[in-house]
Design a protein around this ligand. Structure first.
Ligand code: SF4
Length: 328
């Protein structure tokens, strides 16, 4: 059976002054209707690059896709020309970015931005598009929708702008929404509201949601499946409940120890992961996490471990996966 969106062995490189950077290095994952997949990792681990590859938005000519497949409904998006990709973007796969002020046009009213997309992709006339735009704002729980449609982005709060971005993403009823750090710029209570809303609406509308984040803590409640990325690779993946109950990779365990958790006593200390994320142009040999890993043995600096199943649908890439206790 075809998955709605399936990435197979994707490899993306960037040419930089420091040399070739392998930003995404053999990544595979899939997502289906009604499912929420979280891709988690520190800045520069390749999670956003894999999303931009899906959308055909990689910066050219610096970035190039070395190999792999991005199958959407069984069709490889990497084989499509610009015209066909324009049809997919927004209409079939939509993206919500971190900072709405850089994605919304500051010179156009919210109404114009929403109706433009509806007229273009949904063949609506202006009257129909205006009615639908109002409905969409109500759907994302923006009050006084009529009045908001006539306002400009700078009239709205950060949380409201992110709701408008969500309304824009939902407007053409895409099959997949990719949300890249959608709530990082917002305060904690608004973050929770937006994530809850995003999860509920995509689920209700039968869409797949790919949530990209650096914060393992916030996805615990919203994701069905989780992929943990480090240095361009997936190092652990599986059902969210399994990853939270028994994280197998030392990096995932480190991430979990470094975020506040409601299931631990209040006095429990947060433990940061030692060291810095690696420079992707100068990765160490073997396992990329080895310089920061408290368990590293000689083999770790000689050969990179493969991503293998440790239990049903739970994978991890670590030589010592059977020896390290799956606790945080
Ligand atoms: Fe640590 Fe070695 Fe496992 Fe890498 S392979 S995570 S260095 S124990």
């Amino acid at each position: 059976m075809n998955h709605l969106l399936e990435i197979n062995d994707l490899r993306v490189e960037f040419s930089t002054d420091a040399g070739t950077v392998r930003a995404v290095d053999g990544v595979s994952y899939s997502v289906d209707r009604g499912e929420t997949l979280a891709i988690v990792g520190e800045s520069g681990c390749g999670k956003s690059v894999s999303a931009l590859s899906i959308m055909g938005l990689l910066p050219k000519p610096a970035a190039r896709i070395r190999s792999g497949e991005i199958l959407f409904n069984g069709v490889d998006l990497l084989g499509l020309d610009n015209g066909a990709m324009r049809h997919i973007r927004g209409k079939e796969i939509a993206m919500v970015f971190q900072e709405p002020m850089t994605s919304l046009n500051p010179l156009l009213t919210i109404g114009l931005q929403l109706t433009e997309a509806l007229q273009l992709h949904m063949n609506m006339n202006l009257g129909q598009a205006w009615t639908r735009a109002q409905e969409l704002l109500e759907r994302v729980e923006i009050s006084e929708a009529q009045r908001r449609l006539k306002q400009y982005p700078h009239h709205l709060s950060g949380g409201m702008r992110q709701r408008v971005m969500l309304a824009l993403a939902l407007s053409c009823e895409p099959k997949v929404i990719i949300a890249d750090e959608p709530t990082t710029a917002l305060d904690v209570t608004i973050q929770a509201q937006i994530l809850e809303l995003m999860k509920d609406l995509t689920h209700e509308m039968g869409m797949a949601l790919v949530m990209i984040t650096h914060n393992l803590g916030i996805v615990a409640r919203y994701a069905d499946t989780v992929n943990i990325m480090y240095a361009g690779k997936i190092v652990e993946g599986g059902a969210a409940k399994d990853i939270y109950a028994s994280p197998r990779h030392p990096y995932t365990q480190g991430l979990m120890r470094s975020v506040p958790r409601l299931d631990l006593p209040r006095e429990a200390k947060l433990v940061p992961i030692e060291g810095q994320p690696p420079d992707l142009s100068q990765l160490p040999p073997g396992c990329s996490f080895q310089p920061r890993c408290p368990y590293a043995v000689d083999l770790c600096s000689q050969e990179a471990p493969l991503l293998l199943e440790t239990s049903l649908k739970h994978t991890a890439a670590c030589w010592l996966v059977d020896e390290i206790e799956a606790v945080v």
